[in-house]
Write a new protein. Structure first.
Length: 141
């Protein structure tokens, strides 16, 4: 029993030293493979803002266990009209499940789950924007 306890303690210490990759970097790399040509993906809104843009923000999350980062992400999808913004959001929502079990930016995607949306949410300048959020589970280490 003592040997098992010591081995477990050593494993926990090794896992604790492993730092997670940026969830934004992983989500950005994955989303870049999903969007149609002509759509910009970013973690900040560029100036000037492109006509079609998907911005990704981490709005929460935690390490659900020592080897999984459970990132809560917000995806904002801008376009020229409400219809185009909704279609872009729907395209990304429908495509995100395909990233499960794949590697992006050196990290393995364990799971993706949509938790809210897409919903109409015009920005301050009244440009068409739909947004949604979900959980991305990323393997640490």
């Amino acid at each position: 029993m003592r040997v098992t306890t010591l081995l477990f303690a050593r494993w926990v210490a090794e896992v604790a030293e492993v730092k997670p990759r940026s969830a934004l970097a992983v989500a950005y790399a994955a989303t870049m493979t999903l969007v149609p040509p002509g759509v910009k993906v970013a973690t900040r809104v560029p100036n000037p803002r492109p006509k079609k843009l998907v911005r990704i923000s981490r709005i929460g999350g935690t390490r659900s266990n020592p080897v999984t980062d459970q990132a809560v992400l917000l995806f904002e999808c801008w376009a020229s009209s409400d219809i185009e913004a909704e279609e872009l959001a729907n395209h990304v929502v429908d495509s995100l499940p395909s990233i499960r079990g794949r590697w992006f930016d050196g990290s393995f995607i364990r799971h993706w789950r949509l938790t809210f949306g897409p919903v109409d949410h015009p920005d301050e300048s009244n440009q068409a924007r739909f947004q949604f959020q979900g959980e991305l589970l990323i393997k640490i280490g």
